[in-house]
Design a protein around this ligand. Structure first.
Ligand code: RB5
Length: 144
């Protein structure tokens, strides 16, 4: 199950990604928003991030104007590794090296065609584990 969420700025991109994922037979959970009426992105990004952190969804995708607000919000939730991605390279590397369980995109930054491509790359790339798992474990360790 893939969680989707956006604010008003990311709404149209979320809908495009939702259609793409449904066409590819992924199960999705849409946490809103449901129109281009102005809303506050943390409300929606938190819902998606919580669903991933609780295991209701395996992965999540969040969109806003820049992708910044939703990524900051999602990364406040323990266990979430939300990568703000901009291109095919970051889409690949956030899975390979960071095992990102969520991605964030800016609807005012990337065009929809690239966004769809980035989602496919992220979903189809394997985490490399090894030294990258050690580094991910270190993220969750307490500070000195
Ligand atoms: C909304 O105008 C915009 O601030 C929001 O979508 C996002 O870019 C925040 O990070």
């Amino acid at each position: 199950m893939i969680a989707l969420a956006s604010d008003h700025a990311g709404f149209e991109l979320k809908e495009i990604l939702k259609k793409h994922l449904i066409d590819k037979h992924y199960d999705i959970m849409d946490y809103g928003t449901s129109s281009t009426a102005s809303v506050d992105y943390p409300i929606y990004a938190k819902k998606a991030a919580n669903s991933v952190a609780r295991g209701q969804c395996e992965k999540g995708i969040v969109c806003c104007g820049t992708g910044i607000g939703v990524s900051i919000t999602a990364n406040k939730v323990k266990g979430i590794r939300c990568a703000l991605i901009h291109d095919e390279y970051t889409a690949e590397m956030c899975k390979k090296h960071n095992n990102a369980n969520m991605i964030a995109m800016g609807a005012r930054v990337v065009d929809p065609e690239l966004a769809v491509k980035m989602v496919d790359i992220w979903l189809d790339t394997q985490f490399e584990e090894g030294r990258h798992q050690r580094r991910i474990d270190e993220i969750e360790e307490e500070l000195d």
